[in-house]
Structures are given as structure tokens and as C-alpha cells.
Design a protein around this ligand. Structure first.
Ligand SMILES: C[S@@+](CC[C@H](N)C(=O)[O-])C[C@H]1O[C@@H](n2cnc3c(N)ncnc32)[C@H](O)[C@@H]1O
Length: 451
């Protein structure tokens, strides 16, 4: 089944050109005469959205190239008797078509661009010949000198596409590409936007504290910000990188200390966005995990201010993970429950069913629980969880101040008190802690160890 995108007006132009009898131009420039040097490359950005692209071959090259073609919106048909499982998965999802047989002449009939990527040079040559005949640009994976199109080393950052050719030296091209992309990411290479940006609010999850653990989308939002309203647990190092013109507002909510009220934060978000600014609300972890992020989304919606959300790496999973504790482990737990411990069991405003949690066998992850740990541990044991259930408490995970202690439900309150573990801390309760401790060779000292 060949790709079936009907060609529009521009194609008719190509069609006319096809009817032109081969003249001196074509005779003097056959594929075999193509100059094999980047100096002869004419860089171009193909706009493939909705256009048919045929990939012949279903192996490694196809696996590497097809995601980029799909990202460009191309209607990809892959022709191959077999496909790598990753590609089969894309076919199953309806992302592309698969002609499950070997290449046949005519398969490129509708193609705007073709990729000859089998491991048989004679098949690749046949594909390239058909492409040449129909004046379809074709990249031949096995022989650059016989390709009419070369794939550059490419990368993207913040709306900038970098495509590098380096005299047929792919590693050199990739090195240059990596250098430019990295420089754009770090800000060493400035790429300021000169077109107007829309004002609005972006809620960004900053991750657990290590500035490396924010997402690329989060970093990009920060790079475009005019105003940043930052929480106490947001990665502080990211604020140091902001250019001087960016206004940083401290919305630190210090426990029992100075704190901006949620109403005040909502007001600031709306006010600065309405003044025409790109406002980033930088939070620790993920904005929607005990982060009051959705309240801010609603406040923006009520005020008619556009608001988008960039998810973050939540401390509930990443902090234990970085400390070597998997929150799930095959054969050990089939559930993981994240609970806020900011109110003690029995508190009239608590929404947590501690007796029900005590009956669970799996992993409990507690956030904001340090102050109430004694009461929580007692409630869990009192309602049936074993007193020797292993517990890990990790303070300031992923930062230079990180500290970890191991204990059991019966000892955790005393261990935390003795070791002076304070907020912010993530508490992991369950057998996964013993798995991790055993792997680290500290199981014997589980009740008191500092690791
Ligand atoms: C208000 S909640 C916000 C959680 C955040 N939205 C997230 O997804 O990680 C704050 C609590 O998260 C936990 N927490 C956040 N960052 C942490 C870190 N670096 N190390 C340990 N716990 C952390 C602590 O329990 C802290 O009291």
C-alpha cells in the first residue's frame, strides 16, 4: 500500500517539471556525479506536515529517523517485511502505516521524501533510483555519496532548530550540535526572542531541589520569564541563573514563620500577568502534589489570565529514589500511597483514614510529616501495622544538605528526634525500605542507622 496523500497545487508544479524531457542539465548532473562535500549542500527546512514520506526498511535507522519525521507531522509509510518492536508499537497506535513486505518499484509514487534504510545495498540503490527518477529527495542510509538529501545532526531548544552538516563527518556534526544546544540551554549562547510574547502565568514544578532535576520545559519557561514567584522549596540555584531584569518575588511559606498567604500569591500572579508579563510560579516538586497548584490555576481562570502547567519531579518519589529506596519493587509491594502528614491522626480537619492506611501492606510515603511522626507511627501501629515495619526518613533530598536515617515504626520518632531531622523531609514506610537497606548492606542496623 503506497502512501496516499494527494498532492496539492505545489505538486502540480512538480508534475510539470517531471514532464520536461531530460535535457543537458540532467545529463550533466546525474546522481553518480553528486559532489560529496558539505560545501555543496543547500540547507533547507522541509515542511512535511501532512505530506507522505516513505521509509524503506524497519531496522535501527528507521527507528532513529521516524520519530523526527512524525514530530514534523509527516504521513509516514514504512515498507519492510519486519519492524523493530518500537516501530510496530507506533503502527499499532496508528501513528504511521506499515506495508509488510519488501520494497517494490512504485512504492514512492506519492512520496515527497524517501529514506532508503534497508541492510541490502541493492534494495537501497533501487529505492534511490526510483526517487531520482521521480525527483523525490532520498536519503540513502548506506551510501551518502548516492543520496540526494543528507540528514543533519539536529537538535532543538526553545523554538530554535539547529541542523549541522560537517563535511560528511557525523560525529563532528553531532559534537557541534551538542555544543550549540548546550550553550543555548545554559544561556552561554543568547537567543532572545524578537517577536512579542504572550503574557500569562506558567506554573512550573521545579523538582526536589537539585537544579538538574527540573524539566526542559520548566527551564525554558524560566528563560522566558519577566517575573518569577518562587516557593521556599523551589530549587534556589535556578534563581541565581536568572538575568538581572527578571523580578524575583519570594513567596516562601516558612513553617511557623513569615509567609505569603495563598490569596496574596494569587493576587500577585494575576496582577503581574495583567501588566503584560510572563510570570513563572516556581514550585518545589510537582505543582499538583500538595502544592496548591490547582488553586492558582483556578485563580488565573477566574481572572481570565492564561495559565499553563509544567509538571515537575515530585519529592514523594524522587527523594526516596535518590536515597536508594524504590517506592515499588516487584514481589514486595503492589501499591504506593502518598499522604500528607501535616495534621496528626484524629485532628478534626484531617481527611486521612489512618486506620485504613494501617491495614495496607504496601509503601506509605509521608510528606510534611516530621512534626507529627510520633503520633502517625503510633496510629499506624495501633491500627495493625507491624511495629518493626522499616522506615526511611530523608531530609532535603537531592540537595547538599541531604540527610537520611533508617528506623522502624516503633523507633522512628525517637531516631528522628535524636538525629535532629527537621522539615523538609520525606518519610517512606514499608518493606521497600528493607529491600534498599539490604542491598546497601545495612539491614542489621535498620533500627538506628544513619546512612
Ligand atoms: C508542601 S509539600 C510540596 C510537595 C511538592 N509539591 C512535591 O511534589 O514534591 C512539601 C513537602 O514535600 C517534601 N519535600 C519537598 N522537597 C523535599 C526534599 N528535597 N527532601 C525531602 N522532602 C521534600 C517534604 O515533606 C515537604 O514538607
Amino acid at each position: 500500500m503506497p502512501a496516499t496523500v494527494p498532492r496539492g497545487a505545489p505538486v502540480r508544479v512538480l508534475g510539470r517539471r517531471r514532464q520536461r524531457p531530460a535535457g543537458s542539465y540532467r545529463q550533466s548532473m546525474q546522481a553518480t556525479d553528486l559532489p560529496h562535500s558539505d560545501s555543496a549542500v543547500y540547507p533547507l527546512g522541509l515542511r512535511l506536515a501532512g505530506r507522505a514520506v516513505v521509509v524503506v526498511g524497519g531496522g535501527q535507522v528507521a527507528q532513529r529517523r521516524i520519530p523526527g519525521l512524525l514530530a514534523a507531522g509527516a504521513r509516514v509509510t514504512v515498507v519492510s517485511p519486519w519492524l523493530r518492536p518500537a516501530l510496530e508499537g507506533r503502527v499499532a497506535l496508528g501513528e504511521m502505516a506499515w506495508v509488510a513486505r519488501g520494497y517494490r518499484s512504485g512504492d514512492l509514487a506519492q512520496a515527497w521524501y524517501a529514506l532508503a534504510a534497508t541492510d541490502d545495498p541493492s534494495v537501497n540503490a533501487a529505492v534511490a533510483d526510483e526517487a531520482e527518477q521521480h525527483r523525490v529527495f532520498c536519503a540513502r542510509a548506506d551510501d551518502a555519496s548516492r543520496s540526494t538529501a543528507w540528514t543533519p545532526a539536529s537538535g532543538r531548544h526553545d523554538g530554535v532548530t539547529i541542523a549541522v552538516h560537517a563535511d560528511c563527518d557525523p560525529r563532528r556534526a553531532a559534537t557541534v550540535r551538542d555544543g550549540v544546544v548546550e550553550a543555548l540551554r545554559t544561556g552561554d549562547l543568547a537567543a532572545p526572542r524578537h517577536r512579542r510574547r504572550d503574557p500569562g502565568v506558567v506554573l512550573v514544578g521545579g523538582g526536589p531541589g537539585d537544579p538538574e532535576l527540573i524539566t526542559l520545559a520548566g527551564r525554558r519557561a524560566l528563560a522566558e520569564a519577566d517575573v518569577v514567584i518562587a516557593d521556599r522549596l523551589a530549587p534556589a540555584a535556578l534563581l541565581e541563573e536568572l538575568p538581572p531584569h527578571v523580578e524575583v518575588i519570594d513567596a516562601a511559606k516558612l513553617p511557623r514563620g513569615r509567609s505569603a498567604t495563598q490569596a496574596e500569591i494569587n493576587r500577585l500572579l494575576v496582577e503581574h500577568a495583567r501588566a503584560g508579563n510572563r510570570v513563572v510560579r516556581l514550585k518545589g516538586g510537582d505543582p499538583f502534589v500538595f502544592g496548591r497548584g490547582f488553586e492558582e490555576v483556578l485563580a488565573c481562570a477566574e481572572a481570565g489570565v492564561p495559565c499553563t502547567v509544567v509538571p515537575g519531579v515530585t519529592s514523594a518519589i524522587s527523594v526516596p529514589e535518590l536515597a536508594g529506596v524504590p517506592v515499588t519493587h516487584r514481589g514486595v509491594t503492589h501499591e504506593m500511597t502518598v499522604v500528607s502528614g501535616h495534621l496528626p491522626p484524629g485532628h478534626p480537619h484531617s481527611l486521612v483514614e489512618w486506620p485504613a492506611l494501617a491495614r495496607l501492606r504496601g509503601t506509605l510515603v509521608l510528606l510534611m510529616a516530621v512534626e507529627n511522626l510520633a503520633a502517625i507511627a503510633a496510629a499506624l501501629v495501633g491500627h495493625g501495622r507491624a511495629a518493626d515495619t522499616p522506615v526511611a526518613v530523608i531530609h532535603a533530598g537531592s540537595t547538599a544538605s541531604e540527610r537520611r536515617v533508617l528506623a522502624t515504626l516503633s523507633t522512628v520518632a525517637e531516631v528522628v528526634e535524636r538525629e535532629g531531622i527537621a522539615a523538609p523531609a520525606t518519610v517512606v514506610i514499608g518493606d521497600v525500605v528493607a529491600v534498599a537497606a539490604t542491598a546497601a548492606g545495612v539491614s542489621a542496623a535498620l533500627s538506628t542507622a544513619r546512612v
